[in-house]
Design a protein around this ligand. Structure first.
Ligand SMILES: [Zn+2]
Length: 348
């Protein structure tokens, strides 16, 4: 029997470089399709015991700073269950945002005030040009052997986007706890070696540290260009090492092994990243844009009634639910690019 968590609605929006033009994707758009493959993995990861434990630890620290928060009478389990169920029910809106300049910045989340617990009023911005690179990699991988460079590139991109989404959920959790009004606790400065050391709290890295064992950073392969996915590395307090393709593939199959194991060497020392020296410009919060705000505000009871999306994209009248989970077409898509169709759930 299908349960509620076997299907989900995704709202994925293309945003132009100028920051003012939006287009809601249909599920068949390539850009949306591969983002959903990555989101499906992120959703499974959210259900993992290690994630639950990590969110509990983050909530515990946050609670010490804000003993009179809305969750005052809630146990850590109740808080975390609420959050996880909320995200599984309505994944935050995802923007493939072409306003990012630096390819090294794969995503961001703008903290904004919560008006009730509606994750649709929170957005995750993915770097649009990296998403385009993922689609190009999927196209190149088509018909090739899984051992081909093209196929591995595609899988590394899915890994990059899935871990980015998970990182951003670390920030969204603080937004959730604070109703969008507070900063990350000062204890949450990640302990990272060498040039990766930070002085500011970073809840995304803290979440990664508690689940992955460190922060995932994609290093630049000098043999390839700026459209490469990069070579995934794990950075922890002791140093930097490569994450094996085997580890990546297990992750894509939702066969999660934590912490990630890292090799004793990095592709470069210090680790060079793609676009490392470019500026760190971030696109603005798209939900502050009038047309998007209207969309988020208009459906307080039924966020899935997207009939009014007509104004934005004529082909998208209603966004139906699609099959998710380890047995879904989305799960196969992590290994079979261009060879799967989105399974829309029939409703009565
Ligand atoms: Zn972050």
């Amino acid at each position: 029997m299908a349960s509620a968590s076997d299907s989900a609605v995704f709202l994925i929006v293309h945003r132009e470089k100028n920051g003012h033009q939006f287009r809601v994707f249909s599920y068949e758009d390539e850009e949306a399709k591969y983002i959903m493959v990555a989101t499906n993995i992120c959703r499974q990861l959210l259900k993992h015991g290690q994630s639950r434990q990590a969110f509990k630890e983050i909530a515990e620290v946050y609670k010490e700073h804000h003993p009179n928060g809305w969750f005052k009478k809630w146990t850590l389990d109740e808080i975390v269950n609420k959050f996880i169920n909320l995200i599984l029910d309505t994944f935050p809106w995802i923007f493939s945002d072409h306003g990012f300049r630096n390819p090294n910045i794969s995503g961001c989340h703008w903290r904004r005030k919560y008006d009730g617990f509606h994750s649709r009023k929170q957005a995750i911005l993915l770097n649009g040009s990296r998403v385009s690179d993922m689609c190009a990699a999927a196209k190149n991988a088509k018909g090739t052997n899984p051992n081909s460079k093209e196929h591995k590139y595609y899988r590394l991109f899915v890994f990059l986007i899935a871990t980015t989404l998970f990182h951003e959920l670390g920030h969204i959790f603080i937004t959730f706890l604070s109703l969008g009004d507070a900063d990350t606790p000062p204890e949450h400065v990640p302990e990272l070696a060498g040039i990766h050391a930070r002085t500011e709290p970073e809840s995304g890295n803290i979440l990664e540290g508690k689940v992955f064992g460190g922060s995932v950073v994609h290093g630049r392969d000098p043999k390839s260009d700026d459209t490469q996915p990069g070579v995934p590395h794990l950075v922890d307090k002791d140093g930097v090492g490569e994450i094996s393709q085997q580890m990546v593939d297990g992750f894509l199959r939702c066969d999660f092994q934590f912490p990630f194991q890292k090799s004793d060497h990095a592709i470069s020392d210090p680790l060079e990243v793609i676009g490392g020296f470019w500026d760190e410009f971030l696109p603005s919060d798209p939900l502050n844009h009038p047309s998007m705000r209207e969309l988020a505000e208009e459906f307080p009871e039924n966020p899935f009634d997207f009939t009014q999306l007509d104004d934005l994209e004529p082909s998208v009248r209603v966004l139906p639910k699609v099959q998710v989970g380890p047995g879904s077409a989305l799960a196969r898509g992590a290994f079979k690019p261009n060879d799967f169709r989105i399974e829309v759930v029939k409703t009565k």
